[in-house]
Design a protein around this ligand. Structure first.
Ligand code: FES
Length: 110
């Protein structure tokens, strides 16, 4: 299990803002679940950093998460997806394909 850094957008925009925001779609709960799982798992805790961030760019696809060094971008992540991301990606190195919106670069960038 290699070292990984997980960034979770927790940006909040006012209700009705045309871009929406990840916090509006539940990303702060996703962050909380990640942190709880991390604290319950010593091996994961030693190999993974989870950091809440401002807007990562692809708001329409949010809640947005990016995992480095893999450069895997996830979209529409819900609390119930966290276990799968941890077990498949962070522990076994296999990204959860159904949630991947881009790899190696932010979604929509050349
Ligand atoms: S608000 Fe989360 S990616 Fe922009």
């Amino acid at each position: 299990m290699g070292f990984r850094h997980v960034f979770i957008c927790v940006n909040q925009r006012p209700p009705g803002h045309p871009q929406g925001s990840c916090a509006e779609k539940g990303s702060r709960d996703v962050y909380q679940v990640f942190m709880e799982k991390l604290q319950q798992d010593p091996e994961l805790f030693m190999t993974t950093l989870v950091t809440p961030t401002g807007c990562l760019g692809p708001c329409m696809l949010g809640p947005t998460i990016v995992v480095y060094p893999d450069g895997v971008w996830y979209g529409n992540v819900k609390t119930e997806d966290v276990d799968e991301i941890i077990n498949s990606h962070l522990k076994e190195g296999k990204p959860v394909e159904r949630l991947v919106v881009s790899q190696g670069k932010p979604p929509g960038m050349m």
